[in-house]
Design a protein around this ligand. Structure first.
Ligand code: ADP
Length: 499
């Protein structure tokens, strides 16, 4: 009989569930949308009960799709949107406020205050993170300030707080397990990157009682089981933040292994081994704790990757669908000096300028939409080189190849250009769903479906290798044009008045 593994992927826009067997063949799948709540510009919230109920629904639907019952599962792997904060009542399980979503700017003033109080350096020293409203701790602080009486109740031990993994596991296990893992906790701005424990000094500054927070465990722990919700004692055998799950799903177990995800946004993750690494412009986090060993990573987020294609499609109406970009971009050999810098919401890694704005530059009378579409595709590969260069400049890590995933990697032109501009092979695996597969493979390892990491690695199969074909001089020349164009977009929001 097959060894089935259930994968739970709680994302920002949808809840998904997969059932695979030990050969990673998919037997069941289900997905449901999550409602995005926008109380005001820049704020995003989710209803935590909807997160839970939608997730339960898709798990049931995926099991039905696979034609199996819960007792046929060997284990469960979990991955989720990171940094999002939920605060709820211990007794009733009722959230006291909506989930404040990772991308939301609710807690900008909370963080400004911490920085003006002079704890910015301490935060960075302990957690590795540059203080920002993005991270969970500031969102928990905001909820405790917002809801009357919440601070006192938290101090009396009546409230619990956590990231979405903690919220889901607590509920899935019938409120038995109150836990998180290193990878999720490293994104809260509350965990000491070296001790892998909540940092009491920071919690004191934040005014967040320790008793609200879950136990931090290695990523391949037994996080509890589904007895209470699904009537079968199936162990939850993995818990990873989405980007770290993607790195694991790309079999990037060794230092120097890198994955790049080309989704709506882009995220590059580099495994940097057993000690935390600080690289200017990139974010250090924990990749995972697996088989008794901790791996650290650095991460480079790029706000607009596939999103630029959506903009060409929906706003400029230059293409009908994102995949069309490949055909159009292929109609011209170069952009003839045109660059598109997609800094719509500022520049992210490694330059971090919230005041930068997007630009198309270098146009002449002979510029056509083909050049602009090609420039949009090229912007994805130049941004990737930006973060790779930052990693190479700030460390002695070697990056021999790039493993890629995400919706845009079906675009062969993009993949080839990426290999050309980086001058290293770009490898597309047969299975582009690295995130959920990473979580499921780790659950398979921890529950004994797989005997070793080597066996897990054998599930990562190459679809296509893109070898660099362009000369290094030509690649450098094109890239230096990008850098010059990128510099021009910096601080633009300061220079103009938006009427
Ligand atoms: P996410 O999980 O971040 O929502 P996906 O990994 O599903 O995103 O990727 C979707 C993104 O990839 C969209 O922004 C879309 O515009 C882009 N995309 C999809 N197919 C292509 C393609 N063939 N070429 C370029 N971009 C693409």
């Amino acid at each position: 009989m097959a060894d089935y593994i259930l994968g739970i992927d709680e994302g920002t826009t949808s809840a998904r569930a997969f059932v695979i067997d030990e050969n990673t063949t998919v037997h069941g799948f289900a997905q449901a949308e999550l409602t995005q709540i926008y109380p005001r510009p820049g704020w995003i919230e989710h209803d935590p009960m909807q997160i839970l109920n939608t997730q339960l629904e898709v798990i049931r639907a995926a099991l039905r799709d696979a034609g199996i019952t819960p007792d046929q599962l060997r284990g469960v792997g979990l991955t989720n949107q990171r940094e999002t904060a939920v605060v709820w009542e211990k007794d009733t399980g009722r959230p006291i406020y909506n989930a404040v979503v990772w991308a939301s700017r609710h807690s900008v003033e909370v963080v400004d205050k911490w920085v003006s109080d002079g704890i910015g350096d301490l935060i960075q020293e302990r957690t590795g993170l540059i203080p920002d409203a993005y991270y969970t701790g500031s969102k928990i602080r905001w909820i405790l300030d917002r809801v009357p009486g919440a601070q006192e109740r938290a101090e009396r031990g009546e409230l619990l707080a956590g990231t979405v993994d903690t919220w889901l596991i607590w509920n899935l296990t019938g409120r038995k397990s109150f836990v998180t893992d290193y990878s999720n906790a490293s994104r809260t701005m509350m965990m000491d990157l070296k001790t892998l424990q909540w940092d009491q000094e920071l919690l004191n500054h934040y005014g967040i009682p320790r008793c609200m927070l879950a136990e931090i465990m290695p990523s391949d722990s037994h996080f509890g089981d589904l007895e209470a919700t699904f009537g079968a004692a199936v162990p939850i055998g993995s818990n990873l933040g989405d980007q770290q799950a993607g790195l694991f799903g790309q079999a990037a177990y060794q230092p120097g292994r890198v994955k790049m995800t080309y989704g709506t946004a882009g995220v590059l993750n580099i495994n940097c081994g057993a000690t935390p690494l600080r690289v200017e412009g990139l974010t250090p986090s924990v990749a995972w704790g697996v088989q008794g060993k901790v791996a650290y990573e650095v991460e480079g987020v790029l706000f607009s990757m596939g999103k630029t294609m959506q903009w060409l499609r929906d706003d400029l109406q230059l293409i009908h669908a994102a995949p069309d970009s490949e055909w159009y971009a292929g109609q011209v050999a170069t952009t003839e000096g045109v660059y598109l810098i997609p800094a719509f919401t500022g520049l992210a890694a490694p330059t971090w300028d919230p005041h930068a704005r997007a630009a198309i530059i270098g146009m002449s009378n002979s510029t056509t939409r083909l050049h602009i579409i090609r420039a949009a595709v090229e912007s994805m590969v130049y941004q990737t080189r930006d973060v790779v260069e930052a990693a190479l400049a700030g460390s002695d890590i070697k990056i021999p190849e790039l493993r890629i995933d995400g919706g845009a990697v079906k675009n062969n032109l993009l993949c080839q250009l990426q290999a050309d501009i980086l001058g290293i092979p770009v490898i597309r695996p047969r299975n582009p769903e690295a995130t959920i597969f990473g979580a499921m493979l780790l659950a398979g390892l921890s529950t004994g479906v797989y005997a070793s990491l080597d066996e897990v690695e054998s599930k990562w199969v190459v679809d296509r290798v893109f070898e660099p074909q362009m000369s290094a001089d030509r690649a450098d020349e094109l890239y230096s044009g990008w850098r010059a164009a990128r510099e021009l977009t910096k601080g633009w929001a300061h220079q103009v008045t938006v009427a």
